[in-house]
Write a protein that binds this ligand. Structure first.
Ligand SMILES: [Zn+2]
Length: 65
């Protein structure tokens, strides 16, 4: 028996800067160290972010594509 959660039916979005509307944004996030794979694994992302265009903190907004 499988219990797959279907999340692939949601419309795709892009994340844009709430200041300039461009896509060059980063999200604040936490990552935890995965010793087995020797890399950071994303744990959680937050509403706040950073825009590379504005070069300041912003709030990335989801926009349907
Ligand atoms: Zn921006």
């Amino acid at each position: 028996m499988t219990s797959t959660t279907r999340t692939d039916q949601r419309p795709k979005v892009i994340m844009i800067c709430n200041g300039c509307g461009r896509e060059d944004v980063l999200a604040d996030a936490w990552a935890s160290w995965d010793a087995e794979n020797q890399r950071w694994e994303l744990e959680q992302t937050f509403d706040a972010g950073y825009c590379n265009d504005c070069q300041r903190e912003c709030t990335p907004l989801a926009k349907k594509i």
